[in-house]
Design a protein around this ligand. Structure first.
Ligand SMILES: [Zn+2]
Length: 181
């Protein structure tokens, strides 16, 4: 059970709290916008800027809430190859099922049980996790339509020079050894 879910977010993250108890038994639509400020609230420094739109459909049923998230936008991150920043595009659907039960319990990653006495849910930590997990371990500039990397050409040129000169110079010194003998 994630303890942070019990604490309702304060300040900036307050906008990600969904009061559900008064809702009628039908689908409800929400829209959230996420920018860099959102990530600083979680003290996550790898993402400084972001522009993400989240469309949420909340299907309220008798003893269950089905939350369907459509997450789309971009995260500004540093390229692991050339160290320039670039916009990493994200686009994903996620589903969270919230069941009313006895106590707080996370059945699995997609199913959360909350006590019947609760009347609102803070979805900020779920949004945070969904988005951060979309980032690959190695983040690099995408390729253009011709299959060429969009990395900083100056840096790539220098990286290529370095990777070529090193084995060559080793080969040269080896040749030197051979001719000396
Ligand atoms: Zn790059």
């Amino acid at each position: 059970m994630p303890p942070y879910l019990k604490i309702n977010a304060l300040g900036y993250l307050k906008q990600y709290i969904l009061p559900f108890s008064g809702l009628s038994l039908e689908k409800h639509l929400y829209h959230f916008y996420i920018d860099g400020k959102f990530f600083t609230e979680f003290e996550y420094t790898e993402i400084e800027q972001a522009s993400i739109n989240v469309d949420l459909t909340l299907d309220k049923q008798e003893r269950m809430l089905v939350l369907d998230f459509a997450i789309k936008g971009s995260l500004n991150v540093m390229c692991d190859r050339c160290l320039d920043n670039f916009d990493y595009e994200v686009n994903k659907q996620e589903r969270l099922i919230i069941k009313l039960g006895e106590t707080w319990e996370e059945e699995n990653d997609d199913i959360l049980i909350i006590p019947e006495s609760e009347h609102q849910i803070d979805i900020s930590s779920y949004l945070y996790e969904y988005i951060v997990l979309m980032l690959p371990i190695k983040k690099t500039h995408p390729e253009d339509n011709n299959g060429n990397t969009k990395c900083n050409p100056e840096i790539i040129k220098r990286l290529n020079e370095l990777s070529h000169t090193e084995p060559d110079s080793r080969w040269d010194s080896l040749k030197g050894l051979i001719t000396e003998n």
